[in-house]
Design a protein around this ligand. Structure first.
Ligand code: ES4
Ligand code: ZN
Length: 324
């Protein structure tokens, strides 16, 4: 089954590229940029990845990405991930990035875009790996800042496939970003948002009603609202679920307690994704494998999950037809 799951063509819809920064590359980039890290070794970094909740993770996530300075750094980060992803049978990656988290450190938008898009072109050429880029806004920062980033991004719209919403969810409802997402829509950008990870089911509702998103990232707390579940099912709104992430951030206590089987039984359009693979203990394949171990799903179930992601990915129709 492990080999079969590895060979199954998989699509990744929920990946924070900054969360793919492995400790080895963190050290290499720190040295290249003359930055000293608060860790003595790669093992010490990994030992620090013991989280209580989303915020305790985000603190280390923002600290870790401080080694990213130049376009080459962003390029090397993405290449390092694409190489691992294609080796585990991933055929399409939608990477999100957090421009505000770098702008606030003095790293220009152009620097970020140059590095990431160069890596994306390389992945297509070298591995036949297709990619899409999602520009995410930090929901724990003011909406005005997100609007300013969107303005900065306007010369690059051809290179951006969608906008997203991430970072600390509790207390930062989608309604805060209604104007920003309306502007993104008027620019022709598709929209996705994290909702119902740590936040309540009402945030998923808001993301649909006020941000007009076509996908929900996480969304596992939809089960607290049966009307919402019916709506998500009827409209077949995709949920990009990240099981290992949910365990590591204590959204669920153990993988056996994860609501994935219930979400599937409810007829929802579920996909499996890695979120922040360097921090949560594995990539897309590991997320498939942990589900196989915990839930004993058969091959047709995994085929249908993989197909769901192909169906809703931001990719050229010709490419989709080849994969379906
Ligand atoms: C994130 Cl797991 C998760 N949730 C919200 N924001 C994020 N940024 C990176 N990973
Ligand atoms: Zn996420």
């Amino acid at each position: 089954m492990k080999d079969w799951l590895k060979d199954l063509p998989k699509v990744e819809l929920h990946l924070h590229i900054e969360g793919s920064l492995e400790p080895e590359l963190m050290f290499a980039l720190a040295e290249r940029n003359g930055i000293s890290l608060p860790y003595a070794s790669v093992d010490e970094v990994r030992a620090a990845y013991d989280f209580n909740d989303l915020q305790s993770f985000l603190n280390l996530y923002y600290q870790g990405m401080a080694v990213l300075r130049t376009a080459d750094d962003f390029h090397d980060l993405a290449i390092d991930y694409f190489r691992r992803a294609q080796a585990e049978g991933v055929v399409h990656v939608e990477l999100s990035f957090d421009p505000q988290a770098h702008l606030s450190r003095g790293i220009g938008f152009d620097v970020q875009m140059e590095g990431l898009t160069r890596a994306m072109r390389h992945a297509e050429r070298e591995w036949g790996l297709s990619t899409a880029l999602i520009m995410s806004f930090l929901r724990d920062q003011p909406a005005e800042d997100a609007l300013a980033v969107l303005e900065q991004a306007e010369p690059y719209l051809e290179l951006i496939d969608a906008v997203g919403l991430d970072s600390a969810e509790s207390g930062n409802p989608p309604s805060k970003f209604a104007e920003v997402f309306a502007r993104a829509k008027s620019l022709g950008l598709p929209r996705v948002a994290h909702a119902g990870e740590e936040g309540p089911a009402s945030y998923i509702r808001e993301a649909l009603n006020l941000l007009d998103v076509c996908r929900i990232d996480h969304g596992v707390r939809c089960l607290e609202d049966s009307d919402l579940v019916a709506r998500l099912r009827d409209a077949q709104i995709p949920l990009t679920v990240c099981p290992l992430s949910n365990v590591r951030l204590k959204v669920v206590e153990r993988i056996q307690d994860h609501p994935l089987p219930t979400l599937l039984e409810a007829g929802l359009k579920i996909t499996l994704n890695s979120d922040d693979p360097a921090y949560f203990g594995g990539g897309v394949l590991d997320n498939y494998l942990v589900c196989e171990q915990a839930f004993g799903w058969d091959r047709p179930t995994f085929v249908s999950l993989a197909r769901n992601a192909i169906e809703v990915a931001f990719m050229e129709e010709g490419r989709r037809q080849v994969l379906l």
